[in-house]
Design a protein around this ligand. Sequence first.
Ligand SMILES: [Zn+2]
Length: 404
Amino acid sequence: MNVERENQVAIERFVQYIQIKTVQPKPDYQSAFKFLKNYAQELDLEYTLVTTGEDRQAAVLTWPSSSDAKSILLLSHIDVVPVFEEYWTVSPFSGEIRDGKIYGRGAQDMKCVGIQYLEAIRCLKRVQYEPKRTIHCLFVPDEEIGGAEGMKKFVQLDQFKAMNVGFALDEGLANETDVYQVYYGNRGAFGVDFVLKGNTGHGSRLIQNTAGEKAQFIINEMLDYRTREQQRFEQSQTGDHPLQLGNITTINLTKMSGGVQINVVPDQYRLFFDCRIRPGGEGEFEEFVTDLIRRTRKENDQEVQVEYLTTRAISRVTDINQPSWWLTSMKHTFEELNCKTNWTIFPANTDGRFLRYFGCPVIGFSPMINTPVLLHDHDEYLSVEVFLYGIHIYTKLIERLTKE
Ligand SMILES: [Zn+2]
């Protein structure tokens, strides 16, 4: 197969993958597994289906090496987020190509990367490359809903331990400029659910110590914290070390509920804050919340309940100051290809955090420059050019990572 035909096939496979409706909340994983199994046959890779959770499986496509050196793991998730079809100019699961852009849900997040890994392997096989490390392409379910029955379970299985993974690549984000974003950590997610109780009565009276006053106090304090972080971020932009979203803590009030009737002072309000904590900031933030609860309770004890509803995903950071084979391989590849890079912290969570939890180094990287960030957005697309160049990058990268 020549390069031109290979490019055509890569685009074809990408379009086919987009056309499989692996959309939450009811992803068609079975069709995706059929597609991946055929792909594995086409590329002469071993194919294993691993049960991760209730009614959930992950596919592993393996290019084995005879060496017992640590393997590399190329991670991608199969599922995509729902669409609001009325806002799309093309059908979101058509994979339509217009003006050199491949449209579809998952075009950036992250069906592109799953295909790019496999097409890079195709290129390496064409030139009869022989990897000195085993290469696993892992396709997991349910990343978009937290990975509880996907990657979170997978890393606990004996099958995972047997894979002997020494380094993993995971997803990153697109960038509008010509600089590739390389993520070596993620912020922790911290959901704070305040249940605020107070005195109740008729809406015409001047009732003291109400749930509303407590809500006011909590909202003010939480949003003040947010403002302080925002100022820190803005002020840094003119200095030598401009902060990025991954370096600050963000707080958003995402849910408010309460009230029974318009003339009744309710006995409780409930507030939910979605907080994303900068690496290293967990202790300080937790102290702030604990102190806030203490101060809110001061007036009338035990009337503030606080629950941490979401699992607290502590941020993990992969050490990029310590020399290592995978770091050298990555840096050399970027140098060789003249790729400008920005090494930073991923602002949200990806499945890679479960690997970092077990001490496995993970780098989040989606080779998408000169591309607007359209993940989870309408008209998600990736240009053919960027997609194909991404395969080239992965080809070099995988080769370097498995050369010795
Ligand atoms: Zn993703």
